[in-house]
Write a protein that binds this ligand. Sequence first.
Ligand SMILES: CC(C)(COP(=O)(O)OP(=O)(O)OC[C@H]1O[C@@H](n2cnc3c(N)ncnc32)[C@H](O)[C@@H]1OP(=O)(O)O)[C@@H](O)C(=O)NCCC(=O)NCCS
Length: 391
Amino acid sequence: MSARIAFDDGLLAEDCLTRVPGVRLRRLAPADAAALAAGLNDLEVAKNLVAVPHPYGAEDATVFLRGPAASPHMLCAGLWVEDSFAGCVAIDATAGFPELGYWLVRAHWGRGIVSAATRALVDLAFAATAIEKIVSGHFVDNAASAAVLRKLGFKPAGVVETRSRARAEPVRLVAMNLEREAWAAGRPTIETARLVMRPPLMADADEIAALANDGGLPLTTAATPRVRRPEEARAFVLQALRRGFPADASFCMRLRESGALIGGIGWRDAGADEVELGYWLGADHRGVGLATEAARAALEAAFETTGAATVKACCRPINPASRGVLERCGFQWSGAGHMRPQASGGSVPVDRFRLERDVFYSLKAWGAAAIRTGSATEAPAGALSRPAERA
Ligand SMILES: CC(C)(COP(=O)(O)OP(=O)(O)OC[C@H]1O[C@@H](n2cnc3c(N)ncnc32)[C@H](O)[C@@H]1OP(=O)(O)O)[C@@H](O)C(=O)NCCC(=O)NCCS
């Protein structure tokens, strides 16, 4: 690897949610030293790590927080379960390939917490940087960690003898690698006849801004965020990356044939068994049914992956094209109101729409989309075709 990766300080400026409700990644703070030390001062944890001595005290934690954890070359997050500090996940790029490491307070083991947390961090690192490969590894006697890495798509790359500071004797470590290509193949993907939709990457930001900045009235719902300037597009991508799929989801819409970006679509958690759909389309791609095609597939993905009972949406009365998309998907008008689509803008009148799950499925004669959720465990088996999961 030529240059060391430096992680943007803004990546963890806000909490990063994960697939498990209540489990989030948060930037570490000096005040976390005592909790960090309490969690790591457990031989059952430390004996599975290379660099952690046993016993481990608050001073060790403070040195770690002030040193490696604060380096721009380490993406290091505290792992929070509800309101409790519960461990750490980190990608260390201070030397060689970026290396994933993690540990969890013992009381929380066996609930899928580290699987969700490491997935969120790996997604953030690959999506926000140009990293080509993340390496990791587990001691041969650490079956839980082996399972975590396998589920993320890591592949074995050999066995080496190494030392753990908490163990007296040498220990064998199974080295594991995750290439960007394998990571990308496992991301949530929605495919239709003409479209391939994937979550945005930071590398998409300039393209998103250029497409959205067309000056005309975009085919957009009132809930679509403003992404017209490059910095707004980067903030939008970052926000999308920090949200927890499948409760919230954001996809770039690209034409299957040319790969050209044509718009965006997604949903967000609206509470009480409900999600809200939003979408927009670049000016040159309107009027040929692409938004309807995207919306039907996204609705199917939203119903399948979130289990929501209803999807809501709203559009401005001056936007009949967007209203048409909603109506063709089976949405029904549920009232008029106002909303404030942008923090900077004023409130605008909107028409509100709702779509019940049962109505959606009884109308769904347009054929199944191919939807891959990135994990075999989230989505119930349904009418969707899913490419095989990684082992
Ligand atoms: C390894 C560790 C991070 C796992 O955290 P966790 O939140 O319990 O992990 P998850 O629940 O997300 O996943 C654990 C997986 O291992 C499996 N597993 C757990 N114990 C196992 C065992 N003894 N044999 C086989 N599989 C096991 C679980 O079934 C689960 O897989 P599944 O989801 O396919 O069922 C945690 O045990 C820990 O902090 N250990 C000490 C530090 C450490 O080992 N860090 C990693 C160093 S490489």
